[in-house]
Structure formats: C-alpha cells, structure tokens
Design a protein around this ligand. Structure first.
Ligand SMILES: O=C(O)C1=C[C@@H](OP(=O)(O)O)[C@@H](O)[C@H](O)C1
Ligand SMILES: C=C(OP(=O)(O)O)C(=O)O
Length: 422
C-alpha cells in the first residue's frame, strides 16, 4: 500500500484503539481459565489475530465478534495437537508463547515473517538448554520441546521484558514455586506491571520480593474473567504529538489512571511546552511553543519514532536516552527514523543507545519518497511528520499499520488529514 499524505490542519476528536499489549495478555490468560471469559473492546490487528490463532491451536475455543472475543479456556493442554505456530511479525506473541507452549510437552515449531526471527531469543535458548530441553533457532523457525520446570530463572533485564512476561504466564501452572531474578538494568519494567495486573484479574498471583526478584507460586489456576481492554497510550502518542505541534485535538477512549509506561507521552509533551488536559474519557492536547528536552525511553520504547518527530519540530536540542532497544523491533527504528527524517533535512545523529535531534519550529520540505521500513510505528510517525510540514509525501510499505492499528489512516482522515491510499 502507498499512502500519499498532504499537509493538513487536523481538528476534532479521535477515539484511540484498545491496547494491543493488554489484549494479548487478556486473551492468553482467558485461554488458560477453566470456563468462559468475555474480552471486550478488542481491535483485530494482525498481532492480536496471531495470538488468537495460536491459542486456538493450543486448545482454547475463541469466538470473534465485531469488537470482542469469547474465550472458552483450554481443557487439557496435554491433548493439544500443536505442531507449527505462525506468529506473523509479533514479538509479543512469539515470546509469550514459547514458555506456554513448552507446557504441552511435545515438539513445537514457531514461524514468522519480516524481522521476527532475527529479533533476539537467546534468553530463552539459554534457559531451555540449561534445563536440557530442545531449543533450535534458525532463520526460518524456532523449534522447542518442553516442558520447562519450576525453579530459579536468571534473566538479563535489558533485552526484552517479553521473556519475563512469557514466564509469568507459564510458571504459575507448574507444581512448584519459581523465582525470576532480573539482572540490571531492568528496562520496559512497566510492561511487567501490566502483566501482573492482568494475571491478577484471572486470580493468578506473582509478586515482586524486591525490585529485581519476582516470586511465582506454583499450583495456581486461572479463573475466567470478563475484561474490557483499555485504550492504547502508544497509539494516543501519534495524535497527541500531532496536536502538540499543530493545534488542538480531543482524544477519547483512554483512561488517565492506566499503568501503561507509554502514558509518559503526556509528561514529555508538557516538558516540551504543550498542554495536556485530562477529560472524563481522555485528554485534550493543545499546541505550545515547543522546545527541545531530554527524553528517557527506558520504560516506553514504543514512543521512540513519534518522539523523534516531536523533537524535529521543537526549537533546539533534544537528547533521547536509553533508546538501544529500538534497534531490535520490527525495524532498526533509530536507523529507519534517521533515514526518513534526513529526507526532510532534519539534523539528527545517534550512537548505539542515544539520539540527538536539533529541531526548529519553522517547518521542513521533502522531495523524496518515504519508506515505511515494514514497521507500523515508522509509517505512523512519518504520516504525522508529513501532515505538519510543507510537502506532499508518498509513504511506501504503508500497510505495515495493520500490525497494530488497522484503522489509523481512516482516523487521520476523520480529523481532516488528507490521505490517499493506493
Ligand atoms: O510486553 C509487551 O506488550 C511489550 C513490551 C515492549 O517490548 P520490550 O520489552 O522488548 O521492550 C514493547 O516494545 C512491545 O511493543 C510490547
Ligand atoms: C515492538 C512492537 O511489538 P512486538 O514486540 O510485539 O512485535 C510494537 O508494537 O511496537
């Protein structure tokens, strides 16, 4: 898909889609519960469809409605006839599934698309091999054979929190207790809080003994639960930055008391000079005189691409810290944003872990075609960059938005943003 974006003054109200992270977690937890759970406010992005399909193969019965799913939990994981699980491009699906699927105790092969199988999995490889279990990672697939056993798991905290979440789903089902010890630095910690919050709804308890140690009691059972998925702050960020640069937008469908780390976008925008007013069901974001700041992405890596755009449109220098994990997502998001923003002549430089952008508020022009790098967050960030600047731009590979936000362009159009899709 090619998206042609024309600079436009956006206005009005947008309702943000439900959180992809929370939907993955709710569907997996419901699939383990001994009964029926109703999960409402679900957006059927490609990542969520991969998780639904995988949990069906493990034996859950999942009925898809227009914006909800009804999940009848797995009756006997030992009877699951799973062989090959296609995770598409979803890192969450693959990393949440590996410990879970190990529990069926038979060989399972995971496949995927794009960069998925190049993203790091060695944390699991080490764990499986230490327990004498099969874990083979090639360019085409990961093949495992479990089950994992209860025990003490030592995990590096700065590769992906998704390994910890995967273990948190599986370990409560083992007969004995387990400990997860996280080696510092512990990044994306907010996602572990989201996992614990969802597990608790399904009556599974795991607790931090200290900042770096989680105790997971064995012998627990997931109980069915009805969950409404909250709005997604990582998606709110695209519209919030658009409003902060351009004017005034109302964003609904999102709650101020969420534990999502990406809610940090609100304080980032305030630091840059915009105004974020909480409303009953969302926020009103208004433009300010934007100036560069320091941004720490430790707890909110998915904000990366859009805060690069914010920095380009703010006066002076922005320093972005703890950004290294952006290089191991659907694309190398630092390299991708550098390449695309340079087409607008933005002054940007990076090291492995850090980025500096020297921005200005007078706007930019671009004569080149933009690339989406097969990455939804790059496509959405470059859409915002084009809307607020001086040139009509084509974005190739724009279908990547289906990974997390299939109706993104329709939502931009509803706000009077000019988008043509081919
Ligand atoms: O647990 C989750 O839902 C996620 C964790 C984060 O990954 P890392 O922990 O690998 O940074 C985030 O980037 C990803 O989009 C979703
Ligand atoms: C990195 C992302 O997701 P995942 O890791 O699940 O592929 C994302 O949504 O930006």
């Amino acid at each position: 898909m090619i998206a042609t974006i024309t600079p436009s003054q956006c206005m009005g109200t947008v309702t943000i889609p439900p959180s992809k992270s929370m939907a993955h977690r709710a569907i997996i937890a419901a699939a383990f519960a001994d009964g029926v759970s109703h999960i409402t406010n679900v957006d059927f992005s490609e990542d969520i469809l991969a998780t639904i399909e995988g949990m069906r193969q493990l034996g859950a019965q999942i009925t898809i409605g227009d914006d909800h799913v009804i999940v009848q939990g797995i009756s006997d994981i030992g009877k699951a006839d799973v062989r090959e699980i296609f995770c598409n491009e979803s890192g969450s699906t693959l990393r949440f599934f590996i410990p879970i699927f190990s529990l069926c105790g038979r060989p399972v092969r995971f496949t995927g698309k794009g960069r998925l199988l190049q993203r790091p999995q060695d944390v699991y490889e080490t764990i499986f091999h230490a327990q004498g279990l099969r874990f083979e990672h090639t360019a085409e697939a990961i093949e495992i054979e479990g089950p994992l056993r209860a025990g003490t798991y030592e995990i590096d905290g700065n590769i992906s929190s998704q390994f910890i979440t995967g273990l948190l789903f599986a370990l409560p089902l083992l007969p004995q207790d387990s400990l997860i010890r996280i080696r510092p630095p512990f990044e994306s910690r907010s996602y572990i809080d989201l996992t614990l919050e969802m597990l608790e709804k399904f009556q599974i308890r795991a607790q931090f003994l200290d900042e770096m140690t989680i105790l997971i009691k064995g012998g627990q059972r997931y109980r069915p639960c009805d969950v409404r998925i909250e709005g997604d702050f990582s998606q709110l960020a695209f519209f919030a930055v658009l409003a902060a640069i351009q004017g005034d937008l109302t964003i609904t469908g999102i709650s101020a008391d969420s534990r999502q780390g990406d809610r940090q976008i609100l304080s980032i925008l305030e630091d840059f000079g915009a105004t974020c007013r909480p409303l009953r069901d969302g926020f009103r974001i208004q433009k300010g005189t934007l100036h560069g700041c320091t941004i720490d992405l430790n707890n909110c890596p998915d904000l990366g691409p859009i805060v690069f755009v914010l920095a380009a449109m703010a006066e002076g220098e922005t320093h972005i810290r703890n950004a290294g994990r952006l290089r191991i997502k659907e694309s190398d998001r630092i390299a991708a944003m550098e390449e695309e923003l340079r087409k607008f002549h933005v002054d940007i430089r990076s090291t492995e872990e850090e980025v500096w952008i020297h921005g200005h508020t007078s706007g930019y022009s671009c004569e080149e075609t933009l690339q989406g790098h097969n990455d939804h967050r790059i496509v959405m960030a470059m859409t915002v960059m084009t809307l607020v600047n001086h040139s009509v731009c084509r974005i190739e590979d724009a279908q990547a938005i289906r990974k997390s936000y299939p109706s993104f362009f329709e939502d931009v159009q509803r706000l009077q943003g000019k988008v043509e899709l081919l």
